[in-house]
Structures are given as C-alpha cells and as structure tokens.
Design a protein around this ligand. Structure first.
Ligand code: C5P
Length: 317
C-alpha cells in the first residue's frame, strides 16, 4: 500500500496589518509570514476503501469532517473523483507538535501536507498554482503553509510574494494550554472597534500594501539584517486580544522585559513569541519568563526560523 510521511512546519506572523473589508466578508491584510521548525508529522496511507480517516495523538484535535486535514482530502476527492475511485481512500495520521488553536497555523499546515501528499499518492502532477488554488479554498493560511519560508502575503493572506530567508533567528514561543482564541471573534471585534479606519478604495489598499512591501521590515529581510526585524514586529490583532486576555498581556510584558530582539503575539493568538540571535539567548529568555510566569499550564517551545515549507520525509509506493 502506498504511504507518505510529511513534515508540516508552523508559522508566525512577523507583521499583520488589517487594511479593510473585502466583498467576501474577509479582511484585506498585509502580512509577513515566517515558517518555524516546530512541526507536525503527517502520515498518509492508501487504504483501498472509499473513506477518509483521520487519527491524531492530541485529544484537542477533532478527527471528523471539521478537521482541516480531513477537508483537504475531501476537497481532493471531490476535485478528482475518477482518481479517488481508482486509488481509493486514505488514512491520515497526525502527530501533533504544534499547539492547537494557537495562531501558529497548525491546522492549515496539516491540510497543506495532505494536499501535497495526495498529489503524489494519486500521481496527479499538480502545478504549484493549482495546489495554491486548492489551498486557498481551505483557508487563508494554507497557501503560505504549502510554500513556507518567508513571504509577504496580501489579499485574504493567500497572495504571496516570496522573500529571502532569515534562518539565523531563534524563536521562543509561549502559550497557556487552557486558552484558545477564536480567529473569527478577533477579526469581528477588530472590525467593530476599528472599522471606521478601514481603507475603502482599491488605490489606497494597494498603496498601503506597497508601503509594507517597500518598508523597513522587508528591507531588513532583503539585507539579511535579522536583528533589525525585532523592533519592527507588528500585529493589529494585539489591539483587541491584549486588552481582553490578561494571560496574553502578561506573557507579552514578561517577554518584553527580557532584552529579547522583539516580541509579539502570533496571528489571532494566544501564542506570544520572542526573537533571539542564538539558541543560548533563546533558552535564557525562556528561563527568565518562566521565572515570572510559574503557572504550569503555560508551555514554552524554543525553535528557529526555517526556509522550508512542507517536506516529504519518506514514501513507499
Ligand atoms: O481563512 P480562515 O478560515 O483561516 O479564516 C478564519 C476566520 O478569520 C474567517 O472566518 C474570518 O472571520 C477571519 N479572517 C478574516 N480575514 C482574513 C482571514 C481571516 O476576516 N483575511
């Protein structure tokens, strides 16, 4: 039976600016996204049946039709019915390392791995634009997760411009395992509070996105001046999450007091990250924050930037 094993990295947002509303109900964004080495492992096994099955070692992850990895397989089966009929169903096993509902695109990256794995398993030979198009149907972060690395993202987050990698930086992540923030809630609350500032015409939207594209963070990335990225970190969603979620604010303040290169909430949270120049500095930051935040429910990870997206680690055909 055919089987594939893939590594699916998480992402952090180095920059997230909300520009305005879109006709499809989403927001126009401009973001700078970065893959990190913290990753899930996805095993796909052809079963020869007509069903899609998901297993996951984390009890927090649903294994039914609401799981984005399931939905990725379902989308592929619908899109390519004759190939699905020929090769049959698939068993998807997710070994979870990325915290769930954390603002790190854990579900999105698992779905991206399923798209790439099934493309190979079903010998479809899809092009990158075809895979990106399927990815965008599953969620705004899935196209980035397919490609990985460092990218500027506009539109809903699905229009990507690759940027050169900054793989020298380390990242400390912290998340309260009991805390989950709904992404729709974060965006809706932002709209309610800041909707009056939204840009409404296409020219202004393009100008704002261009300002980031030609701005200091992208310059620092092009010039490989990794340490300059820290003070430029930005996330508009902090404006609604920090005032309402004291645990996130506390983590953010604890990280800021450690002499880190920079600290920010990732995506819609609740994960907070801090950047460091070396693994030793990252470990020191982790220890300093742990000394202040002793709640055992707050978990820490030390990882680093990676230039890679989904990787296939083994295949048996
Ligand atoms: O695309 P995804 O399913 O990841 O988005 C989750 C939710 O986040 C959406 O339902 C929407 O409420 C919000 N969102 C948004 N604008 C974006 C991306 C996400 O409003 N560009």
């Amino acid at each position: 039976m055919r089987s594939y094993s893939l590594i699916a990295p998480a992402k952090i947002n180095l920059y997230l600016e909300i520009l305005g509303d879109r006709p499809d109900g989403y927001h126009e964004l401009v973001m700078i996204l970065q893959s990190i080495e913290l990753a899930d492992r996805i095993d796909l096994r052809a079963t020869g049946t007509d069903t899609i099955l998901v297993h996951c070692d984390s009890p927090q992850v649903p294994t039914n039709q609401t799981n984005l990895a399931y939905r990725a397989a379902e989308l592929m089966a619908k899109q390519f019915p004759s190939v699905f009929a020929k090769f049959g169903g698939v068993e998807i096993t997710i070994e979870k390392q990325i915290p769930v509902a954390a603002g790190l695109a854990g579900g999105s990256t698992d779905a991206a791995a399923v798209l790439i794995g099934l493309d190979m398993m079903w010998q479809l030979g899809l092009t990158q634009p075809e895979l990106q198009d399927l990815a965008a149907q599953l969620g705004s972060d899935v196209p980035f997760c397919l490609a990985g690395g460092t990218a500027l993202a506009t539109g809903r987050g699905e229009q990507l411009t690759a940027l050169p990698g900054l793989d020298s930086l380390y990242v400390v992540l912290a998340k309260d395992q009991n805390l989950m923030i709904s992404t729709p809630w974060a965006y809706q609350t932002y709209r309610a509070q800041f909707g009056h500032t939204y840009v409404r015409d296409v020219e202004s939207l393009e100008a704002r996105a261009y300002r980031v594209h030609s701005g200091p963070m992208v310059q620092a990335i092009y010039n490989k001046q990794a340490v300059q990225v820290g003070p430029l970190l930005h996330n508009d969603l902090e404006k609604v999450v920090l005032p309402t979620t004291p645990q996130v604010l506390q983590l953010r303040e604890a990280f800021a007091s450690t002499g880190t290169l920079g600290t920010m909430m990732s995506g819609s949270g609740p994960t907070v990250f801090a950047l460091a120049e070396s693994e030793a500095q990252a470990q020191e930051i982790r220890q300093k924050v742990r000394a202040v935040i002793t709640d055992p429910d707050v978990e820490f990870w030390v990882t680093r930037f990676t230039n890679r997206g989904i990787q296939v680690v083994s295949s048996v055909s």
